[in-house]
Design a protein around this ligand. Structure first.
Ligand code: 5AD
Ligand code: FES
Length: 346
């Protein structure tokens, strides 16, 4: 108990922790971690919550990630791809609903060539929106082309930094390439986001501590962490939970807030899947961002990355109103700015 408080006080004052201290915080049940993370969030990010409208524009994916429902070997999922005009019109609708950022997310789908993505980004920039891309691994030239026409941010979770676990989870992919993609994004001046899955089979607390140290070393601008939720049509369908995935995800998020006090941290949708109040709990434990879905209802259910995703039958304006009410109920406000990491907050 004393020990936990001493570690938390050190983190509060220096924003530095060693691996042993991180492991102690990850293993403990002490709720004090969340209070400290909430305090650091308040001090560095204030009361404002940034909403990012999420557009899931294609569920077609060439990857084999063992945990993911969109993996190419899953024949049960009905695949879809939105046209350029459909994507632009969802973004416009997002702007009309008051979003300042849209997140364009898809599987790794090469149908969306460099040129096509460039056209989409250019059109969406006309709505005075910040654009976050989340479309997986591409080469340097692609990332540069998207940046040159106005893409602001990029999300690419590392998922795990443990080489053996990474290899096991991602057939046909390389950890080295993923690390390199993240370096390229940073070099190009994107606000760069990463993050991990918590509770993958054989994932140890020690390796999660290494992941957190990796976030700190690379000074990412955003970190999204979510619990692994087994999907029935994947090789991990019957994976047994060996951690309390919700609680440990929350602890990873809170520790990340202590070490990187001014970054943007989302309360992730997967947390709400495991706990009906998951996003609000996360917002009170270090998070300052929510990413409501603004995909049309007809496609939401098909973007079936993991089971029991929330809001599958809800409309974009319903989600907007719902989350707004919940945020106001805990005494926080919705930001009217684009919410870059470097923006002056207070
Ligand atoms: N459970 C929880 N999250 C998952 N993701 C992929 N599959 C699952 C799953 N079964 C996450 C990955 C990816 C993000 C878009 O979704 O971390 O980066
Ligand atoms: Fe979608 Fe609450 S956020 S209904």
């Amino acid at each position: 108990m004393e020990n936990i408080k001493a570690i938390l006080d050190k983190a509060l004052n220096t924003h530095l922790l060693n691996k042993g201290e991180i492991i102690t915080l990850l293993k403990s049940d002490d709720e004090l971690l969340f209070e400290y993370a909430d305090e650091v969030r308040q001090k560095f990010k204030g009361n404002e919550i940034h909403l990012r409208g999420l557009i899931e524009f294609s569920n077609i994916c060439k990857c084999y990630c063992k945990y993911c429902g969109l993996r190419c070997e899953n024949k049960e999922v009905e695949r879809y791809r939105l046209t350029k005009n459909e994507i632009i019109s969802l973004a416009k609708n997002g702007a009309e609903l008051g979003y300042k950022t849209v997140v364009l997310q898809s599987g790794e789908d090469s149908y969306y060539t460099t040129d096509l993505m460039v056209e989409i980004i250019k059109e969406i920039k006309k709505f005075d929106l910040a654009i976050t891309l989340s479309i997986g691994e591409r080469n340097y030239e692609d990332y540069k082309a998207f940046k040159d026409v106005g893409a602001d941010r990029y999300l690419l979770r590392i998922e795990t930094t443990n080489p053996a676990l990474y290899k096991e989870m991602h057939p046909n992919m390389s950890l080295e390439n993923r690390l390199n993609c993240l370096k390229n994004l940073q070099k190009l001046g994107y606000e760069t986001g990463s993050g991990i899955l918590v509770g993958l089979p054989n994932q140890s607390i020690k390796s999660i501590a290494d992941d957190i140290l990796y976030f700190k070393e690379n000074n990412f601008d955003m970190i999204g962490t979510g619990p692994f939720i087994p999907h029935p049509n994947t090789p991990l369908a019957r994976a047994q939970a060996h951690l309390d995935n919700f609680k440990v995800s929350l602890r990873v998020m809170a520790i990340t807030r202590l070490l990187l006090p001014d970054i943007n941290i989302p309360a992730t949708t997967a947390m709400e899947t495991l706990n009906p109040n998951g996003r609000i709990i996360a917002l009170q434990s270090g998070a300052n961002v929510v990413m409501p879905n603004i995909t049309s209802t007809e496609y939401r259910a098909k973007y079936y990355i993991y089971p029991n995703k929330i809001c599958l039958n809800d409309s974009s304006d319903k989600c907007r109103n719902c989350i707004e009410a919940k945020i106001k109920a805990i005494g926080r406000n919705i930001s009217k700015t684009k919410g870059f990491r470097s923006d002056k907050q207070l």
